[in-house]
Ligand binder design. Sequence first.
Ligand code: AMP
Length: 403
Amino acid sequence: MQFESLDIIEPILKSLKEEGYTTPTPIQVQAIPIVLKGTDLIGCAQTGTGKTAAFAVPVLQLLSNNKSFERKRKIRSLVVTPTRELAIQIEESFKAYGRYTGITCTVVFGGVNKNPQTNALRNGVDVLVATPGRLLDLMNQGYISLKDVGIFVLDEADRMLDMGFIHDVRKIIAALPQKRQSLFFSATMPPEIVKLAGSIVYKPVKVEVTPSATTVDIVNQSVYFIDKGNKNALLLELLNDKKIKTALVFTRTKFGADKVVKVLKKKNITAEAIHGNKTQNARQRALSNFKSQATRVLVATDIAARGIDVEDLEYVINYEIPNIPETYVHRIGRTGRAGADGTAISFCDAEEKPYLKDIEKLITKKIRVVNDNPFPLIDNNPVKAPGQQHRNNHSRVESHRGR
Ligand code: AMP
């Protein structure tokens, strides 16, 4: 499939070629025709799938086909995204793909002086990319009107919720015209997100992409059954292996991520945490240290890991098993890219067994259990509902249930 077969106009095709894109990604193949038809969309896709172009390209095309000849441009498309980093990336994408269309784009985000942003807005702009807080601020001060927005994009909705922006998002939606096209993107679709989507989109078409099954298939996956209290010791034991040059370790909580970093640092293993409590700069720094291998272990929560794209990442360690099975696929999809060998090791305690079962159901295969386990789980209740109290009975060594 080529971009040409998606009926993309020449000026945009030309810029895509210049960007070095030859074939559209799966989310682009699915989303671009829907958006071009003017239909509302729910896109379930994470960063790294090419989702920005999946909405930016058709939005540019729709605006370009319907040029405004007014002296001062009005905001005809609004993209709201949770972080400044994403906002900047999205603006850059619109500028790159739209460079031959004459469509203009600007970005507003918090934490910096407003003047350059208000100056850019004063001249009028077709596409505005914004983070929620600064957008509301500038709306309240009269710098921004949303009454001409015909296409609204909400990006990374689940992260928006996680970062506490839900009230801001609702206020923004209330200021949009009723009659509009809405594109709603989220990496995950828990019930609150489905509800939020329902309040934004009208007769939407849903498209969904997860890292492809083949990516998951080529990753060497294994699981250690282990007591919660032994997870640090097992992590240190594994990291004794110098073959592991770098590893991305996932924890479920920010607090957990910081605790793991502390343990590793104590043993002189270079480690940094990346999560929502860190400033954008601190996250960026941690990521570049990890990419340059100055930091051996990056400990991340799922939300913060969104957008992390490290070439040649060989090891992903699930210190905790995610309770949403798709999250496991997203996590391990970060390794084994482009045919490289990837290894994903999971630590599963008694309470996490049901999560593991859900994952195995989703990936339709059993994950290999490591029998050579220095800290075998001692448990006589192999599968329990999550959160249920677990009582130890030292009658059976769980790890020897090996397959
Ligand atoms: P995104 O998921 O939008 O953050 O995009 C991830 C990366 O893929 C970005 O660096 C894009 O420039 C790149 N990209 C997006 N679409 C394509 C494509 N069709 N071909 C090659 N690279 C792409």
